[in-house]
Structures are given as structure tokens and as C-alpha cells.
Design a protein around this ligand. Structure first.
Ligand SMILES: Cc1ncc(COP(=O)(O)O)c(C=O)c1O
Length: 434
């Protein structure tokens, strides 16, 4: 090329959750069956979308207008349902104009950071969901700025560090929370959320809350969406149907603007997001058409409750096994369908190994493992090669300062799930003491 055509921030685009899949497929071809514990797709893991949801979709599919473009912000019916009929827990009242649909929240995330002034930064959690951290970091072409979720304290956010960083980095213009969180399953208590809202107000920032798992909570902690506690602070709430229906292949999510009228700059930023979506014409029409019908069906919330009960039960199984290993830190999740397991400091070394029975796999991984410097990634490669269990390392996969891995709570066959957890525990012990 006569000019450099690669964006300077391009190296920051990493999505290890899917990258590890390439390796796992190679292992599979060499004859080792894979236990896919890497990706948060309930359908891929065998969850059945209920027939009554499918019937609603089939009905809408048979209508001619479903095949047309929708308005750039999204179908009015869907936005009206979300703004007025959905219970927003006594919080701020938005109107349909405060809602903007996207082709999945992944699309919304990249649009949010792309439209931000390159000199403005968003501070986010560590561990971080990589779509947020990569997009933010690429937009600024600089390392992601984080506050710590503390595994030694039930994954509570370190608010002192958050404030300290906000003071140190005048370029920080916003705070991101993911609630319930991916990869930890942590749910923010209302009091903590209020403290974060207060910090946002104190430093004249705006707040983003990714709430894609907001209807998938099951712990003892009372869950509130940001809309319920935001008061007068400019903010964005992010929601979607990928995990709830679950229908990740629909590519449908939306954002909600709170208090656009409270800040001129924030208002211009939200307008830029709306204009950008207009340039793309619109988002997918079909899922928007069914959102009001499905969410208002009396079977919807009982269906979610049942799923949450299953996630809770699987979380208890994981907790009961992993909490017996003193070298690990494990916390019960209260929402979403993941658990992040942390190796205590100093537990992992660069000489530990697992036996790899399959000769072809052993040869294939010899070099990869020898070259790997990140200790938790090294563990996940050993695990994959030895057992076929595919988990995502925390440090490289989720921008974390802690070594560990994330697994999902999606396997619906309980004996298979328990078997995987037991095998994981045995492998961890063998690895640590090898
Ligand atoms: C926290 C979080 N936000 C956003 C997304 C992206 O969701 P979507 O399928 O709507 O693009 C995910 C997907 O795993 C997620 O975990």
C-alpha cells in the first residue's frame, strides 16, 4: 500500500472468547471432543427457545411489513412498549425518542465509542467484557483505563480506585458498569450504584450501564436497572434480547438515553449516535416487531424465572466444588450465566503442565505452550489439550489483572455439567502440583 491503511488502534481489537475457538477446532479435528465453555450463547449450548416464543415470531414473519426497513431509531411500537409499558421500577420516565435500536449491543458498543471525541475516555471494570474494552481502547488508541472489581471482596467495585483514576485522568468523561457483570456474574447493590451515580455527578461525567443480563438475576441482591437510580445524571442504559429470549442471532439490542436535557454536550453526543444510525438506515426489523408481543406475554417472566433458577443451581454446583481448592478464589454470581474463577497470586508458574494423552495434540501444543508467557492462558491451553474443556483466560481474555478463567453456566445436562466441573477441579489440582 502506498499509505498506511491500518487504523492505529487496530491492534486493540481482540476477542479471545472466539479466538480460542480456532485452536479448539484444531484439537477437535485431532480426535479430542470439545466441551465448549467459552461462549455465552444459550442456544448454541442447547437451550430450547420456547415454542410460544417461536410461534409469535412465525406469526410476525408471515406479515409482509416485517420485510421492510424500520425507522432509524427503531419501530415506534417497540420503543413505546419499552418506554411506557415496561416496568422501570419507579425510576426516570423516558419517552420513545430516548430509545435507539441497534443490530445487537455489539453494534451499539462500537457506535458509542466510535462517536466519542478521541480525547474523551470511559473508565470501565477490570475484568472487562472485551467488546467494551477493545472498542474503547481502539477509539483512543491507548490502553483501557479500569477500576478493579475485587475478587477478594465478592467482586465489589473498588470505588476508591475509581475516584482516584477519575482525578488522575482528566480525560475521563464517563464511567461504564456492566450490571449484571460479564465475566463475574456480579450484581451491583443499589447503594453502590447510588455511590457511582454520585461520583458521576460530582465530576460532571456521564454513566453507561450495560444491562444485557438485567432480566437474568437470581441472587439475594436486589437488582435495579440504572433508570431506577439515575436521578438527574446524564446516562445511557443498554439492553438487548440476545440473552433473554434467548435470540443472539437476531442481532437486536437498544440503548436508552437518560437526562439528555440536563447537559448540552451529552445531548449533542446522543444526537451524533442517532445520526450515525441514520447513515446506516436502520436496524433489523423482525426482532423489534416481536419484542412487545413476547415481553408482554404472561409466560415471559415465569419463563425467565425458571431459567434463572437453573443458573443458580449450576452456580451452586460450581461453587461447592471450586471453593474446596484453597489456591482459588470463587464467588457466587447473582446474575448473568458466567463465573470467573481466580488463581491466587503466585499459584501459577511457567513450568506447570497437564498430561496430554493424544500424541498429535501434544506435538501441536508443545510449541504453543512453550511460547505462551501469560500464565492463565498457558493454563487454558493445557486444559484444552489435556481434557478438551475450552474456557477463556481472564487476564488476556478480559483485560484482567488477575489470573483465572471464565466458564459458563449454560450446560443443561446436569450430569454432564457436574462431570465437567469435577474434571476441571481435578485438572486444576494436577496442574498446580505438577
Ligand atoms: C456484557 C455484554 N454486552 C454486550 C454483549 C453483546 O450482545 P449482543 O449479542 O446484543 O451483541 C454481550 C455478549 O455476550 C455481553 O456479554
Amino acid at each position: 500500500m502506498r499509505n498506511k491503511i491500518v487504523h492505529p488502534g487496530a491492534d486493540n481489537f481482540r476477542y479471545e472468547i472466539r479466538e480460542i475457538v480456532d485452536l479448539a477446532h484444531k484439537v477437535e479435528k485431532m480426535g479430542v471432543p470439545i466441551v465448549w465453555e467459552n461462549i455465552g450463547d444459550p442456544v448454541e449450548k442447547g437451550e430450547q427457545v420456547p415454542d410460544w416464543i417461536k410461534q409469535h415470531i412465525i406469526k410476525v414473519l408471515s406479515e409482509n411489513k416485517t420485510y421492510s426497513y424500520s425507522p432509524s431509531k427503531g419501530l415506534l411500537k417497540a420503543r413505546e412498549y419499552i418506554a411506557y409499558e415496561r416496568n422501570i421500577e419507579g425510576g426516570i420516565q423516558i419517552n420513545p425518542d430516548d430509545i435507539l435500536f441497534f443490530n445487537g449491543l455489539g453494534d451499539a458498543i462500537s457506535m458509542i465509542y466510535r462517536n466519542l471525541n478521541p480525547n474523551s475516555r470511559i473508565i470501565g471494570p477490570n475484568p472487562a467484557y472485551p467488546t467494551h474494552s477493545s472498542a474503547e481502547s481502539a477509539h483512543a488508541d491507548a490502553p483501557y483505563i479500569t477500576y478493579r472489581l475485587n475478587p477478594y471482596n465478592g467482586w465489589q467495585p473498588d470505588l476508591e480506585e475509581m475516584e482516584q483514576k477519575i482525578k488522575e485522568h482528566p480525560e475521563i468523561s464517563g464511567i461504564l458498569i456492566i450490571n449484571p457483570d460479564n465475566p463475574t456474574g456480579f450484581v451491583y447493590e443499589v447503594d453502590i450504584m447510588k455511590q457511582i451515580v454520585n461520583l458521576t455527578r460530582k465530576y460532571n461525567l456521564f454513566l453507561i450501564s450495560d444491562e444485557i443480563y438485567s432480566n437474568l438475576t437470581y441472587g439475594d441482591i436486589e437488582y435495579k436497572k440504572l433508570a431506577a437510580v439515575i436521578e438527574d445524571v446524564p446516562a445511557i442504559g443498554m439492553r438487548g434480547i440476545s440473552k433473554e429470549f434467548p435470540w443472539p442471532g437476531a442481532r437486536c439490542g437498544w440503548i436508552e438515553f437518560y437526562n439528555r436535557d440536563k447537559d448540552k454536550d451529552f445531548n449533542s453526543y446522543t444526537q451524533a449516535l442517532i445520526n450515525s444510525k441514520m447513515l446506516e438506515v436502520c436496524s433489523t426489523t423482525l426482532p423489534q416487531s416481536v419484542i412487545p408481543v413476547i415481553m408482554s406475554d404472561p409466560r415471559y417472566y415465569p419463563y425467565l424465572e425458571k431459567r434463572c433458577g437453573e443458573y443458580k443451581r449450576r452456580a451452586e454446583i460450581v461453587y461447592s466444588h471450586f471453593s474446596k481448592i484453597p489456591e482459588l478464589i470463587v464467588n457466587m454470581p447473582h446474575g448473568a450465566f458466567y463465573m470467573a474463577v481466580v488463581f491466587k497470586n503466585g499459584v501459577l508458574t511457567d513450568t506447570q503442565k497437564l498430561p496430554i494423552e493424544n500424541g498429535q495434540v501434544r506435538t501441536f501444543f508443545a510449541d504453543i505452550i512453550a511460547r505462551e508467557e501469560v500464565l492463565d492462558r498457558r493454563f487454558t491451553y493445557n486444559l484444552l489439550a489435556s481434557t478438551g474443556i475450552c474456557v477463556v483466560p481472564l487476564m488476556s481474555g478480559f483485560n484482567s489483572t488477575y489470573h483465572g478463567f471464565r466458564l459458563t453456566l449454560l450446560e443443561s445436562d446436569e450430569s454432564k455439567f457436574t462431570g465437567t466441573i469435577k474434571k476441571l477441579c481435578e485438572s486444576i489440582k494436577t496442574y498446580i502440583y505438577s
